[in-house]
Design a protein around this ligand. Sequence first.
Ligand SMILES: NC(=O)c1ccc[n+]([C@@H]2O[C@H](COP(=O)([O-])OP(=O)(O)OC[C@H]3O[C@@H](n4cnc5c(N)ncnc54)[C@H](OP(=O)(O)O)[C@@H]3O)[C@@H](O)[C@H]2O)c1
Length: 299
Amino acid sequence: MKNFAHLPPTTRLGDLEVCRLGFGAMQLPGPMVWGPPRDPAAARAVLRRVVELGINLIDTSWYYGPHVSNALIAETLHPYSDDLVLVTKLGGRRTDDKGWASALRPEELRKGCEEDLRALKLERIDVVHLRWIGHTEVPFREALDAMIALQQEGKIRHLALSNVSPAQLRDALARTPIVGVSNLYNVAHGEQRLGSLPHASTEGQEEIVDLCAANGLAFLPFFSLAIPGPPRRNEALSSVAARLGATETQIALAWLLARSPTIVPIPGTSSPAHLEQNWAARTLALSQEDFDAISAARA
Ligand SMILES: NC(=O)c1ccc[n+]([C@@H]2O[C@H](COP(=O)([O-])OP(=O)(O)OC[C@H]3O[C@@H](n4cnc5c(N)ncnc54)[C@H](OP(=O)(O)O)[C@@H]3O)[C@@H](O)[C@H]2O)c1
């Protein structure tokens, strides 16, 4: 029987080779991704362990905290090792009530990019997502052109897209090189976390995952864990986890890794124990039967 024991351990973001399990820095600030962490020393320990393990992709943004995740990354890991790939996103901002809003106007994108460069102590950011948020008056192409201008000025090495539709991805690819997509995608179809993120879309995601693989683009699923639970359990996920002696969260990651060779989950955690568990999920080999059963229960 075919199994997924020999998954490629790395994939590419343009000319950058990345391990197929990254780290999302959004859980490092305080509750509601706001303010300093409850335990700053623990947050720094998690970051140190990320690079010790060999994880060489960290996903962050100036608006996590705001300003908190980037500051923690710089104070803990700068000067960065040569192979560390820092990935940011522009297009969002925080509101005073700890909410999330769009910041997609060209001047807002530029300001966010300058903020990421300053806080991360970089002259150029490896990969920057244009994080699309609907309900904005800014046309997609205007925002994309503003990102291309920042890249042409040398502030961004590679462009990527986040929260986009298949049509937006095709439109962007026709205009400029894109190295990856970061959309909401997980074993639960994103249902569990949609309520907390009204700006995220789950439309057309299977098509995007396949488009990315076909075009050599990385796909960084966010909310990749979809911590199983109500309103809908994936019974196949639970039984595979029990049989393999793994947690359901680990099987959710293993399923993503098996789903496409260019998927790079970026689970977020502030817990050293969870970080170790997430890292270990790479070594779980699902059989084709397990993969199919989990996929069918998901449909
Ligand atoms: N492009 C975008 O628009 C966008 C949007 C959202 C997020 N992101 C990125 O995606 C990353 C992942 O998203 P996320 O952090 O919100 O969601 P996630 O990775 O799906 O889940 C994070 C939650 O799961 C818990 N967790 C982590 N590992 C666990 C484990 N092994 N067992 C049990 N619970 C575990 C974390 O709590 P503990 O801290 O207690 O472990 C946290 O509550 C973010 O960090 C961010 O970098 C991007």
